[in-house]
Design a protein around this ligand. Structure first.
Ligand code: SF4
Ligand code: SF4
Length: 357
């Protein structure tokens, strides 16, 4: 008897077309123009004269099942039953009639989901997992997001920025790290402390040695046990050795800090994509509200809002006024940490995002 044919198991993202609003499916690739009747609402008109309204709201991103059900119920009751999540953790509801827009907004706002985040707003912060899901974070990215967006609530709802502001956070220094107009990233400032008793039991030492980007880790023997040692003069405190070897403990309540980087842009609209640059280092990692981080971010946003020309992204604005003017206007101190003096930068990362002279 012939063997049954084994079909491949499909994995990854399912085909999104099946989940699209029928108006979007019918008009795929045939949109004539779009406009924004108000902050948080997009209106698209197709070449076949069909229209669709998209209402965008902010969420806390790390959502429990009750919140997701609440959003789905709102989609069923006030929308057309269709919902989608954007890369910045906004949630969008699509409706095919203008008269459905106001009741949908009312339902979302009264359930605590602010409507906004379109055009020149501070849109939702895209962030990494933090303490909830990951095993290596030095801070809680989602906590920083909640604390910051509470303070930037009005900037999410009103289109008053010169251009869109995309913010990101990253709770370790090496992995999912954000790249944005303003990025809030963990910054380790001391080499890892090694728990020698555990290394031999927990870590595959060659893997850990190979992980270090500056070859600062060597095999060693301590108290007759095989372990590792770190050349602290070489170590750049990146934390890359910690994921494969948790006994290389780098997270520290005092020495793991937060740094702020600005001017990153993926888009090539009006100007080329750009790397972000470090503007504030050594801010305390201070849960649950991270007030020092919030103060710096709000200061940068306030100066950008008042000083940039229409349509300038944060990086384009700084390129126009110059970095000395940026530090003068924001009052942020320019320190030795803003100068890249690592000799590996040139040949390894010729596009280093640090400020160079
Ligand atoms: S940024 Fe780092 S710590 Fe945060 S979720 Fe990603 S890998 Fe984990
Ligand atoms: S923190 Fe980074 S640079 Fe330092 S030893 Fe670990 S991998 Fe190497």
């Amino acid at each position: 008897m012939a063997e049954p044919v084994r079909m491949p198991i499909e994995s990854g993202c399912p085909d999104p077309v099946q989940y699209m609003h029928p108006t979007m499916r019918r008009n795929y690739g045939a949109w004539a123009y779009h406009d924004r009747p108000r902050p948080g609402v997009l209106h698209h008109t197709s070449k076949h004269n069909e229209e669709i309204w998209t209402v965008r709201c902010g969420t806390q991103r790390q959502m429990d099942v009750y919140t997701i059900k609440k959003l789905a119920d709102i989609a069923d009751e006030f929308g057309d039953g269709y919902i989608r999540f954007t890369i910045r953790s906004n949630v969008e509801f699509m409706v095919d009639k203008e008269e459905k827009v106001a009741p949908l907004i009312e339902a979302l706002e009264s359930a605590g989901f602010p409507v906004g985040g379109t055009g020149p707003t501070v849109s939702m912060i895209s962030h990494t997992q933090g303490w909830l899901h990951c095993d290596i974070p030095g801070t809680d990215a989602s906590g920083v997001v909640k604390a910051l967006m509470d303070e930037l609530y009005d900037e999410y709802k009103k289109e008053e920025m010169p251009n869109r502001v995309h913010m990101t956070t990253s709770c370790c220094q090496i992995n999912c790290g954000g790249h944005g107009d303003i990025a809030i990233n963990i910054q380790h400032t001391k080499p890892p402390k090694i728990n020698h008793d555990l290394v031999a039991n927990v870590c595959e030492r060659p893997t850990v040695v190979a992980r270090c980007p500056v070859a600062a880790i060597r095999p060693a023997m301590v108290n007759g046990k095989p372990t590792l040692e770190v050349d602290e003069k070489k170590c750049i405190c990146c934390g890359a050795c910690f994921p494969p070897c948790p006994p290389m403990q780098i997270n520290d309540p005092e020495h793991s800090k937060i740094a702020i980087w600005i001017g990153g842009k993926h888009s090539n609209a009006r100007s080329k994509p750009s790397f972000q640059k470090l503007v504030a280092a050594g801010l305390p990692n201070n849960p649950p509200r991270w007030p020092e981080v919030g103060a710096v971010v709000k200061k940068i946003l306030a100066v950008y809002k008042g000083d940039a020309r229409d349509w300038e992204r944060v990086g384009e604005w700084v390129e126009r006024i110059g970095w000395p003017a940026f530090f003068e206007k924001t009052g942020l101190p320019f320190t030795k940490f803003h100068v890249s003096d690592w000799k590996g930068t040139r040949h390894q990362l010729n596009s280093s995002a640090y400020i160079r002279f």
